[in-house]
Design a protein around this ligand. Structure first.
Ligand code: RUB
Length: 308
């Protein structure tokens, strides 16, 4: 359990971050946990696995990739410990491999939507969005990127390093410069923490502002999302929880000491309605937001009528 707790802590503190990385780390933690799990009975085994699964799922509430990865991994149909252990290890390995392949497929598919000469704006640090951008560049398309800073955690710094390693010309801007810079942008490409059944995107705080600015300027907003980032429980009417993070990420508590009437908020994600999204690039292909239900049904096996 120590190693699993360690992964859980790294997800909570964002040492491991980004919906895709979080999902693969959680599947790895489950797999390694069950490998050496001592249990006399299948009941004891299942109880321990459920507890471990909940520890991981409770670390961050918004990225649906996390519960999807964990529940896909721990689901088994066996009645004895050794067979159940083997099934879970296979499930987790399958998920990890699928997630790797998904990123590669997204790169291939997404890069086709980027044209030679494009200026692409992105927000936060999405491995899926970067996969599309770097693949386009590697195919010889002469592109450049504008990345936001993405306050308060400044994931934009990860983008400039990554893009610089690929020799991709990149401009770094503060989040509030998004509208002002939109006149120079050909398309906006962002990742996803979750896609709900109505095709809405949940992603890093500020994404919806970016979407509004893009919409106003008639710039296409492309969302890049692996099929495991679609939220099955939204079929049942569940809402995706928006994580509130500690306010000391936004402001030094010392600056608030003599300001009793001031409250600080730090919502980590926001919701972009489907009407601002031009298309969603998944590892299974390009879809319109209105096809989110199809992905949930075909790739996660949930359908209307599964009302919990
Ligand atoms: C990360 C974030 C990313 C998505 C997609 O938020 O909002 O855009 O998770 O990333 P945080 P990826 O930094 O709070 O985890 O494509 O890498 O899965």
């Amino acid at each position: 359990m120590n190693q699993l707790q360690d992964t859980a802590e790294k997800i909570r503190t964002m040492e491991i971050r980004g919906a895709g990385r979080i999902a693969s780390a959680a599947a790895t933690a489950i797999r390694d946990y069950v490998k050496n799990l001592d249990a006399e009975t299948i009941q004891e085994f299942d109880d321990k696995v459920q507890k471990a699964a909940k520890t991981l799922v409770n670390t961050r509430p918004t990225a649906v990739s996390l519960p999807n990865a964990v529940w896909m991994s721990v689901k088994h149909s066996k009645t004895n410990v050794d067979d159940a252990r083997e099934e879970i290890i296979n499930n987790a390995n399958r998920f990890i491999k699928q997630a790797d392949n998904a990123l590669e497929n997204i790169g291939k598919i997404g890069s086709k939507r980027i044209q030679d000469g494009d200026v692409v704006m992105t927000h936060c640090n999405s491995h899926a969005a970067l996969s599309a951008i770097t693949t386009a560049f590697e195919k010889g398309k002469n592109i450049s990127v504008i990345t936001t800073e993405s306050r308060p955690r400044k994931q934009g710094l990860l983008n400039i390093k990554h893009l610089n390693d690929y020799n991709i010309p990149t401009t770094y801007i503060v989040d509030s410069a998004v509208r002002s810079c939109m006149k120079d942008v050909d398309k906006v490409i962002v990742g996803a923490d979750a896609i709900s059944v109505n095709g809405a995107l949940i992603n890093k705080i500020g994404t919806s502002q970016l979407a509004l600015a893009a919409h106003e300027s008639r710039v296409n907003l492309l969302v890049v999302a692996e099929t495991y980032k679609f939220s099955p429980s939204t079929i049942q009417g569940e809402m995706i929880e928006i994580e509130d993070r500690p306010t000391d990420e936004v402001i030094n508590p010392d600056d608030l000491r003599d300001l009793p009437y001031v409250e600080v908020k730090n919502p980590a994600f926001d919701i972009t309605p489907a009407e601002y999204i031009d298309l969603i690039i998944t590892d299974a292909g390009v879809i319109s937001p209105s096809m989110a239900y199809f992905i949930i049904k075909e790739y996660q096996g949930w359908e209307l009528g599964d009302i919990g």
